[in-house]
Design a protein around this ligand. Structure first.
Ligand SMILES: Cc1ncc(C[n+]2csc(CCOP(=O)(O)OP(=O)(O)O)c2C)c(N)n1
Ligand SMILES: [Mg+2]
Length: 580
């Protein structure tokens, strides 16, 4: 100690930096301008100093919501969303979102402060002791720890590269408390930082793979394209649209791919989904996985006799991950590469003169569409009392049509399924929802990130149960005065509000306080709260919210008998299946 003092004194001209500063500098050097955080030991000063240094630090009420915000910021911007938490419990709260990011292929970095290695590893009971790195590893695409200040540059660079390259995902970065206070010569420290060059390198598909896919497509009699959220993430919008329009092939957008081409596009087959899936002979998947959301590419949905049987379709799959093909059924033509490069290569291969699909296929789809669209129009035109999902969502549908740049956040069961099918989207990456897992709780975190990352108006359609998972972030939305309009579809419970406890003792597990006024929560923090019992009241409130760009929560009173168990996925519900 004594010998160090004169050294510092003698080099008064030497500027010192520290771990805090290097983390901030490394993030800034890599173009990261926003951190979604919740302060506390050991990262409180990191949030303060990051803010002082010009980073936007959005402070949340629960780490899970900060994490979901970071994950969707990654989806919307292709830059890793940064979530910053304290150790043990804060880290665990953020972990859910990290797993969500990995599952959904969103680039995100969870940075958590942690306790001292020496104490944690000997299990000596440190403050918030937890072996965070070990816990994060199986849920993350990659997980790293930095022990020395001069490794911060490498640590952040590796985290960014892992999050963005190939198939994106969630990355964990463990930063022990001691690291932040380590001092280092500022000049030397600066030299250790790395500006990541080309964090998501293009991956060009093999010419023979492209040829194989084009051949299959040319010979198809009933071709179909399915766009997944990977296609939306890729930001290859112009080429994807050109490919679909030039080939004339009908397409189905998965939930978060809606709007990649307008849902009103003549080739959009959403209104004939249950007709095209079993009938198609060649299906081209663009950034869509054959997981449960597509019934694993087999079974009755695909025209097969029973659940495990193959429907007979041939599949072309464009995906950045070579491991994706054959995950559920045989992929006849895998095309591995980034979606932009793959679609561009296929466009080139097919040339201008690609044959259009046979007219009888297109006519059959159009017939189905017309019938279903007419049926839907009839349902939407009704205005029952009390308001139901359809009459309320008819309003949201009009509002989105008039405001196609608004971002639609959506979660719930019926509130999700009806919104997805009723509300048309017109532009890419405007619909963000429960994703691969169908999770509740993404709502308010998504609202904050969407407003901050895109500066657009945000409209959230939330089931009353779904909203409850992140409802406290209404305060965050008010604090940052974000242009967010939340519509709580209040049907008094999970799926519906009519269940009863057979013993008569308690409310049923699916039922909430009847006639709850969620709008009052918004009022508590200075935003606008409105109770809407009719479509006209809902319309007026939404229009005003968009005009004012003020935080608004509309409690939309929905008929408590209107929903169905589990929304559209009743078949996955074991008890419901038994009842049948
Ligand atoms: C994290 C999480 N917990 C629980 C569930 C199970 N779950 C699915 S939908 C849902 C809520 C549905 O109710 P609500 O949001 O009110 O939508 P509604 O069908 O009533 O419109 C729940 C709890 C889930 N998907 N995710
Ligand atoms: Mg509900």
């Amino acid at each position: 100690m004594g010998s160090a003092e004169p050294q510092v004194a003698s080099s008064a001209a030497t500027q010192l930096s520290d771990g805090f500063q290097l983390v901030i500098d490394a993030l800034k050097l890599n173009g990261i301008d926003t951190i979604y955080a919740l302060p506390g030991i050991p990262i409180t000063d990191l949030t303060r100093r990051a803010q002082a240094d010009g980073l936007r630090v959005l402070s949340f009420r629960h780490e899970q919501n900060a994490g979901y915000a970071a994950s969707i910021a990654g989806f919307l911007t292709q830059k890793p969303g940064i979530c910053l938490t304290v150790s043990a419990p804060g880290f665990l709260n953020g972990l859910n979102a990290l797993a969500h990011a990995t599952t959904n292929c969103f680039p995100m970095i969870l940075i958590s402060g942690s306790s001292e290695r020496e104490i944690v590893d000997l299990q000596q009971g440190d403050y918030e002791e937890l072996d965070q790195l070990a816990i994060a590893r199986p849920l993350a695409k990659a997980a790293y720890r930095v022990l020395h200040a001069d490794d911060i540059g490498v640590g952040i660079a590796r985290a960014i590269r892992a999050a963005c390259s190939g198939r994106p995902g969630g990355v964990y970065l463990d930063l022990p408390a001691k690291l932040f206070a380590q001092s280092i010569d500022a000049e030397l420290g600066k030299k250790t930082l790395i500006k990541v060059v080309d964090p998501a390198p293009k991956q060009i598909p093999a010419p023979e793979a492209v040829k194989r896919a084009a051949e299959l497509l040319k010979n198809a009699k009933k071709p179909l394209i399915i766009l997944g959220k990977g296609a939306a993430y890729a930001q290859a919008d112009a080429d994807i649209r050109a490919f679909i329009e030039r080939t004339g092939i009908p397409y189905l957008p998965m939930s978060m791919a809606k709007g990649l081409l307008p849902d009103t596009h003549e080739q959009c087959a959403s209104a004939a989904r249950s007709f095209v899936l079993p009938a198609a002979d060649v299906v081209m998947l663009i950034g869509a996985r054959l997981n449960w959301l597509l019934s694993h590419g087999k079974g009755k949905t695909w025209g097969a006799k029973s659940a495990k049987d193959w429907g007979g379709q041939k599949f072309i799959q464009i995906d950045i991950s070579p491991q994706e093909a054959d995950s559920n059924v045989r992929i006849d033509a895998p095309v591995v590469g980034d979606i932009g490069s793959c679609v561009a290569a296929l466009l080139k291969e097919l040339g201008a003169g690609s044959p259009k699909p046979p007219a009888d296929w297109l006519n059959a789809i159009n017939d189905k569409k017309s019938t279903n669209v007419a049926k839907m129009a009839e349902t939407l035109a009704k205005s029952p009392t009390p308001m139901n999902f359809h009459s309320a969502l008819n309003v949201v549908r009009d509002i989105i049509k008039a405001n196609p740049d608004a971002i639609l956040v959506n979660e719930g069961a019926n509130a999700l399924d009806f919104t997805r099918s009723i509300v048309d989207m017109y532009k890419p990456r405007k619909r963000i929802d429960v994703g691969t897992w169908g999770i509740m709780g993404v709502g308010m975190g998504y609202c904050v990130a969407a407003a901050v990352a895109t500066k657009q108006q945000v409209i959230a359609v939330e089931g009353d149960s779904a909203f409850g998972f992140s409802g406290m972030e209404v305060e965050t939305i008010c604090r940052y005065n974000l242009p967010v309009c939340i519509v709580v579809m209040n049907n008094n419970g999970v799926y519906k509000g009519t269940d009863k406890d057979p013993t008569g003792r308690d409310p049923a597990p699916t039922v909430f306080v009847k006639g709850a006024r969620y709008d009052k929560i918004m009022e508590a923090f200075g935003g606008f709260g409105i109770n809407a019992s009719t479509p006209a009241e809902l319309r007026k409130a939404m229009e005003e919210a968009i005009r004012s760009r003020k935080p608004t929560l509309i409690n939309a009173v929905i008929d408590e008998t209107a929903g169905t168990e589990s929304g559209r996925i009743t078949s996955l519900n074991p008890s419901a299946a038994k009842k049948k």
